[in-house]
Design a protein around this ligand. Structure first.
Ligand SMILES: C[S@@+](CC[C@H](N)C(=O)[O-])C[C@H]1O[C@@H](n2cnc3c(N)ncnc32)[C@H](O)[C@@H]1O
Length: 289
């Protein structure tokens, strides 16, 4: 998770601001981001907001942030929302982040998959794809029939594109075993030197979709055996978190699991879920859909 300033370019913004950016501009950005995504941007993230949006504001040729925000809210600016949201999400992730969840998933799949219907997992804030591909590498050996399906979704269309491409720099896969690398990745040659690509066999059972977790109605998704919602609830306030958790409950099979990030404790927010392992939850008794 980023601090007040998340990246080197976020930090640069302190020293070199050529666009006027007022406290009111920042207040409007926070309000718009909250309305569209549920993300409650901290009041100290002023520099981060400037750094992440300034280049685009310059590219549009508008004079300052006030003009950019006016454009964003006008009819002509409808197409600008995608960039605004993509720029302000934080997408930090890695393969097999929080390994214990993949051990839990493996055990759960051994117990509940191969029972006729497909074993279904939803990576609901999938970022650049490391999480859903780690899920696939866990299910591939665990589900003998290959009858599983992974839905990978995010609000950010850039990271979804990257995830669907399945191409990563070598330093991203340092934690993977030789066996996993051999079985699931192709090594780039020539101009793709230093990169790897996920083999098509691992992508076979995966689907990528843009889904906003704070939307009141999600598309028809079916029921899931496991929902991963890791390291995203922290960006939302408590009422938003509670709304999303109630929504998840409607999409979880009775034996289903909800897996959250290490700092996302929901016990004081809802009694719909009860803990059943390290940041793992199941539907509380009497709460099955
Ligand atoms: C820090 S990443 C976590 C990635 C992965 N789950 C992990 O734990 O490694 C948070 C992700 O949540 C996504 N996100 C933020 N707000 C969202 C929303 N309202 N709906 C869906 N995804 C959202 C961001 O785009 C980002 O990719």
């Amino acid at each position: 998770m980023g601090g007040v300033l998340s990246t080197a370019s976020d930090k640069e913004s302190i020293f070199a601001r050529d666009l006027h950016f007022s406290d009111e501009d920042f207040r409007i950005i926070r309000e718009l981001l909250y309305d569209k995504t549920g993300i409650a941007l901290s009041a100290v993230k002023n520099h981060m907001a400037y750094a992440r949006l300034a280049k685009h504001v310059r590219r549009l040729g508008v004079a300052n942030f006030a003009d950019y925000l006016a454009l964003l809210r006008s009819e002509d600016g409808a197409h600008e929302w995608e960039h605004f949201i993509n720029a302000l999400t934080t997408n930090l992730t890695s393969f097999f982040r929080e390994q214990h969840h993949f051990d839990i998933l493996h055990q759960h799949a051994l117990q509940h998959a191969d029972r006729g219907e497909a074993y279904r997992v939803w990576s609901s804030a999938s970022s650049t794809g490391e999480e859903p591909y780690s899920i696939a590498m866990t299910l591939d050996p665990a589900v003998r029939s290959g009858n599983y399906h992974i839905l990978a979704s995010d609000i950010d269309t850039n990271v979804l594109k990257k995830a669907a491409g399945g191409v990563y720099a070598l330093d991203r896969i340092a934690k993977l075993s030789d066996q996993q690398l051999k079985q699931y990745f192709l090594r780039g040659r020539g101009q793709n030197e230093g990169m790897v690509k996920i083999k098509s066999g691992l992508m076979r059972n995966m689907e990528f979709r843009q889904i906003n977790l704070v939307d009141r109605s999600w598309p028809q998704l079916g029921m899931f055996d496991v929902i991963f919602c890791r390291n995203v609830l922290i960006y939302f306030d408590k009422p938003t978190q509670a709304g999303i958790l109630e929504h998840f409950a409607q999409y979880l099979k009775p034996h289903g699991l909800l897996l959250l990030g290490h700092s996302e404790n929901i016990q004081h927010i809802t009694d719909t879920f009860s803990p059943c392992g390290k940041t793992a939850y199941r539907l509380a008794s009497g709460k099955t859909p």
